[in-house]
Design a binder for this molecule. Structure first.
Ligand SMILES: O=P(O)(O)OC[C@H]1O[C@H](O[C@H]2O[C@H](CO)[C@@H](O)[C@H](O)[C@H]2O)[C@H](O)[C@@H](O)[C@@H]1O
Length: 362
């Protein structure tokens, strides 16, 4: 009983499920060796581990195993809240610039990507912090979409993992003459640079999107998002037993597109162009266009996902600033500091504002 190439074959998908439930056998036919051998499944499983239930406090001083592991990990990546004074000391009078990821950083992870709203309290915190520090949001979502969620005009936006940036015009920028850097006007009528280095991939991304919608149409819980320069295939709401079939669909489609590659996000497979551009490059671009490339600027980048690692890496390697990883479980990272979740991100942003106000009053 082999699995056909066509993952939208209803019978095949049902068969996967049924056999596994009935006899507990692994329903992995040979074609799936591709996705297993290449480590896709392991990466899918580890991309966003489910929150383990914390053991109940039984009235005695009890710290769960997970908490012990987290605390020991946090010795290497200390909390940006408890290390706040240290961060400020290290800034040593430099101007702080803030880069913020969206999903999992400014908004909690939720089952429906269309409903990943940020709270009004978080919006107010971002609005306030942007009054005192240059602030940019760098998201995997299309720029318009993330703007739709955030709705603030005083922050800068880079969408699609940095493949869709609007920035102030700066004639001296090396990238100003790049064919994909065009002058445009923003919603307020201001002249801006629109930098979309993966422009030529839009038709290819549309094609892949249509083909993945078709192939996954019978997979319960599958969601395919067209993010203009990349495609997200969400498996958060798919039964884990069907993940190999979904991985296989994506694998099959990608075979026909050697100029596209795969990234793992939080319960999402992200297909994107093979170009030398990522969130790290986007941060460098924004630092330059916002005239923040000087040594007197300390960039802080807060993010929760694998794609944010590119930005953490740039800051670490260039010894420029600090990455702050948002994670409630231990994870290898290029960040320097950590925060557990968006509520701690909000607390950190508020601390920055309080500190700025207190020093301004001196
Ligand atoms: O760079 P980000 O702003 O973090 O965007 C990355 C992806 O975020 C969204 O997916 C994630 O959040 C969803 C809502 O909480 C969640 O349902 C999903 O499981 C997460 O992977 C977005 O939908 C993706 O397109 C972005 O690439």
């Amino acid at each position: 009983m082999g699995l056909t190439h066509n993952c939208s074959d209803k019978k095949t998908l049902k068969r996967w499920f049924f056999i596994d439930k009935r006899v507990g056998r692994k329903p992995i036919p040979s074609k799936l060796d591709d996705v297993r051998a290449s480590g896709w499944l392991d990466a899918m499983k580890s991309s966003s581990p489910p929150r383990k239930k914390l053991s109940k406090d039984l009235g005695i001083n009890f710290v769960s195993e997970e908490e012990v592991a987290y605390r020991s990990w946090a010795l290497k990546y200390p909390s940006a809240i408890t290390s706040f004074e240290q961060i400020i000391r290290n800034a040593n009078g430099k101007k702080i610039a803030l880069f913020l990821d969206y999903d999992g950083t400014l908004a909690n992870i939720v089952v429906d990507p269309e409903r990943a709203f940020m709270t009004n309290a978080m919006r107010a915190a971002v609005r306030n912090v942007a009054k005192y520090f240059p602030t940019a949001i760098v998201s995997g979502r299309p720029r318009d979409k993330v703007y739709g969620f955030v709705g603030l005009t005083d922050v800068h936006y880079a969408g699609c993992h940095g493949m869709d940036i609007v920035s102030p015009v700066r004639e001296t920028m090396s990238i100003a003459n790049h064919p994909n850097c065009i002058r445009s006007t923003d919603k307020q009528g201001k002249e801006v640079f629109l930098f979309q280095p993966a422009n030529e991939f839009i038709p290819m991304i549309d094609e892949v999107f249509i083909s993945l919608i078709e192939k996954t149409k019978d997979v319960e819980g599958a969601k395919v998002e067209n993010n203009k320069f990349c495609v997200s295939v969400h498996y958060r709401n798919i039964d884990e037993k069907v993940w190999p079939a979904v991985a296989q669909c994506v694998h099959e489609v990608l075979k026909g597109y050697p100029r596209l590659r795969l990234n793992y996000g939080r319960k999402v497979l992200e297909i994107r162009p093979i170009i030398d551009w990522n969130k790290g490059k986007a941060v460098e671009f924004l630092l330059e266009s916002l005239e923040l490339e000087s040594e007197d600027v300390l960039p802080l980048y807060i993010g929760d996902d694998n794609t944010d690692e590119d930005a953490f890496k740039v800051l670490r390697e260039k010894n420029r600033g600090y990455g702050i990883l948002v994670s409630s479980f231990p994870k290898e990272t290029n960040a320097f500091y950590s925060l557990r979740d968006p509520s701690e991100v909000m607390e950190f942003l508020k601390s920055l504002v309080r500190w700025k106000k207190s020093t301004a009053a001196l």
